[in-house]
Design a protein around this ligand. Structure first.
Ligand code: ADP
Ligand code: SF4
Length: 688
């Protein structure tokens, strides 16, 4: 296949100061939970992006000095020359594929607590740090400012030595010191660095000039700047001071990488926003500078990308999440393989890697984070190791990905699904408010499977033991999913909740299936991810009075890790959901539920017609249990193995189901491994 000429414009080279990007695809800086702690994993992941066609591939936020560090958070680090080899490895991997490597140099101010270095953080004024650590940053004096400028210059030199082509001055996300100097509420200084905008922008300008002087002869000097802090007139806005700053510094950087702040707004999930949501904020930038502009907006559609360039909104299509979900997105457009694009679903599971300080994972791309340690490539997979056939039962995310990857390996695969459509929980849950994009998990795999002659799909095929034995595949994979339980056992309750066997007690599966429910509805959320909150939203939309009870301190607590929690809570409040946090559900009767305070055990009752238990799920594994007891029958049928993947093995996230399905496909014929099944990055003892 060849490229559609409509997309030629996306493959034009673009000059950025002294360097040239080979096309318009630009992987903007993004965290990944690997960084300085798992540097080989980080470097390999970035290299794969370059291989996939991203003309510029950047680091995450990279600390320039030990007095502004995010420990135990995992970011990049260029404190001194000892850190250079990590990034030299990364730039080498990127250069191997003809791409440019960018580094986002950052100094964090009150966003860093310096838990490791124990240095006192510095800020424009005396202020508590942003974490709840009992610590304040100290006000910078002029000498501190001079020293900071020197640190930036030193870091820029180190970046150049490490092989970077693009060196950033980071002024975004409410995280960097330049941003804090710019913000009039954060900067109440009365010297030449405070007061007027010209004064507040001074530090940003000086560091930009210093960086250009230091490395600008061979490196492009870029800025990442949040043109709108989304906090109204108190902060920068794209019609006010955000725009003014771009006008003041218009021709100084070699590239403007512009977005909105803070990260919650920049990387908003699909539940709350659509592709291109930042365009209204950043579209003015090109009209005030002649320098190339990059912006983001979870773009996965090549038509939208072309339109952005043609309409003069941006010169580069910036991406973090779309490049995570599909590192080969540019290549696929270049080769006219649009159907192969694995579109990001906007769930922010990737973001949770940063928050939880673990290697990033992705719902759509099971190889993300595994490129080095497991040698998994997002596009290549070893050919089949035998003539074996595989029967997969259940076409949810686990079964679909398992079938897709085994199909890609060339195995003869049969996928049987009892429902009339593919997708399992993804299909069902994508019908809930705000989750429609999640159907992309199914759509991508369905498109791929439909192109594979070696994969047969049977819908409305409920498989029982007899059918499976009769079918007689070499391997049987049960991807039959899980069902929500009704008895209330979960994190908070080890025994069933009294009254949970009543008719008026429902599960999320019941609500999704549309089982008639009587209000007021009390939703008991002991799951803490999205389901409890999203069901409240649906039930409100259906016209019910809704009470959300959770043992956690806030609703959908785990979604802090996907940066959705505040939005979810705000939405539920706006919808009129009555929220009761830090309470357990004790008992249910026909018209009431009894609650207990998590701290005092003080009781209260609430009137409710129904209760929905969002507590735990039970694997649908009866087929597995039955089959594995019938060793003789299996042998007779020629079945060599029976396995479980996804929720049928252990209910978890959609990302986990996709990963497990993929993993099964990779490991089917791999030699059994003893010990740790991946390469590790061990800490070298100092002095050895
Ligand atoms: P996962 O997240 O692990 O992929 P899902 O619950 O999304 O799990 O998907 C499981 C799928 O398996 C569902 O679509 C369900 O209809 C299907 N399924 C369950 N039991 C059977 C069976 N006996 N025969 C065929 N399909 C089944
Ligand atoms: Fe997109 Fe979700 Fe993957 Fe992140 S984890 S890149 S949001 S699909």
């Amino acid at each position: 296949m060849s490229r559609d000429p409509r997309y030629d414009i996306l493959f034009e080279p673009v000059r950025i100061g002294p360097v040239t990007a080979r096309n318009r695809f630009y992987q903007v800086p993004h965290c990944n939970g690997m960084g300085r702690t798992y540097p080989s994993s980080m470097a390999e992941m970035r290299g794969v992006k370059a291989e996939g066609g991203w003309a510029v591939v950047c680091t995450e936020e990279t600390e320039i000095h030990h007095s502004a560090e995010y420990s135990p958070g995992i970011e990049g680090r260029l404190w001194d020359d000892a850190d250079i080899p990590v990034f030299a490895r990364m730039t080498e991997k990127i250069h191997e594929h003809g791409s440019l490597a960018g580094v986002e140099l950052s100094y964090a101010s009150v966003a860093a607590s310096n838990r490791y270095s124990r240095e006192i953080p510095m800020a424009p004024v005396d202020r508590p740090v942003e974490s709840y650590d009992p610590l304040q940053a100290r006000r910078m004096d002029k000498e501190d400012i001079r020293t900071l400028r020197k640190w930036y210059i030193d870091a820029a030199h180190r970046a150049k030595t490490a092989g970077f082509d693009v060196v950033y001055v980071y002024c975004g996300h409410d995280l960097s010191i330049q941003m804090h100097f710019l913000n009039r509420l954060r900067n109440t200084r009365s010297d030449e660095y405070g007061g007027s905008l010209e004064n507040r922008v001074r530090l940003f300008r000086e560091i930009l000039e210093d960086t250009k002087d230091a490395v600008g002869d061979t490196c492009a000097v870029a800025v990442r700047f949040a043109v709108d802090e989304m906090s109204g007139e108190d902060g920068l806005t794209c019609e006010g001071e955000g725009r003014d700053v771009v006008e003041m510094l218009a021709e100084m950087p070699d590239l403007w990488d512009v977005n909105v702040s803070d990260w919650h707004n920049d990387s908003i999930t699909s539940r709350f926003s659509e592709q291109g949501h930042q365009e209204p904020y950043i579209s003015f930038v090109k009209s005030v500078t002649s320098k190339p502009v990059v912006g983001v907006g979870r773009y996965t559609s090549p038509d939208a990308m072309v339109s952005l360039v043609k309409r003069g909104v941006m010169d580069f299509i910036g991406a973090a999440r779309p490049s995570i979900a599909d590192p080969f997105l540019p290549k696929k457009i270049e080769e006219g393989r649009l159907d192969d694009i694995r579109e990001c679903i906007g769930c922010n599971i990737c973001v949770s890697g940063d928050f939880l300080m673990m290697p990033m994972r992705c719902t759509q791309n099971p190889t993300m984070g595994e490129e080095w340690r497991k040698g998994w490539h997002p596009e290549r997979i070893p050919s089949r190791g035998s003539e074996d056939s595989i029967l997969i039962i259940g076409a949810g995310p686990a079964g679909l990905e398992c079938a897709r990857a085994l199909g890609q390996r060339g195995y003869a695969v049969t996928l049987a699904e009892e429902r009339p459509e593919l997708g399992g929980r993804v299909t069902l849950e994508s019908g809930l408010p705000g989750l429609s994009e999640w159907a992309r998990v199914r759509d991508h795999r369905e498109l791929q499977l439909n192109q594979m002659p070696n994969v047969d799909i049977y819908l409305e095929s409920s498989m029982e033991q007899a059918n499976i034995l009769e079918f007689g595949a070499s391997h049987v994979v049960l991807a039959t999913g899980a069902s929500w339980t009704r008895n209330g056992i979960g994190r908070e309750n080890a025994a069933p909740i009294a009254g949970s066997d009543r008719e008026n007690c429902f599960t999320p599966d019941d609500v999704i299936a549309g089982r008639p429910i009587v209000g007021p509805v009390l939703v008991f959320d002991d799951d803490h991810y999205y389901m409890g909150g999203v069901l409240c939203e649906k039930l409100r939309q259906d016209g019910h009075e809704v009470i959300l009870v959770t043992p956690a301190v806030d609703v959908s607590h785990w979604t802090h890790n996907t940066m959705e929690q505040e939005r979810i809570q705000a939405r539920l409040i706006e919808l009129g959901v009555h929220i009761i946090c830090s309470h357990n559900l004790v008992s249910i009767d026909a018209e009431q539920a009894e609650l207990a305070c998590g701290y005092t055990d003080r009781r209260q009752t609430r009137d409710c017609g129904s209760v929905v238990m969002v507590t735990a799920r039970e694997p649908r594994d009866t087929l597995y249990t039955a089959l594995t007891q019938r060793t003789d029958a299996l042998q007779e049928a020629g079945i060599k193995s029976v396995s479980r993947v996804g929720d049928c093995l252990a209910p978890g996230t959609i990302a986990a189901a996709v990963y497990e399905g993929h993993r099964f496909a990779r490991e089917l014929d791999a030699p059994k491994q003893n010990g740790v099944p991946f390469r590790r990055e061990l800490v070298r003892l100092a002095g050895t």
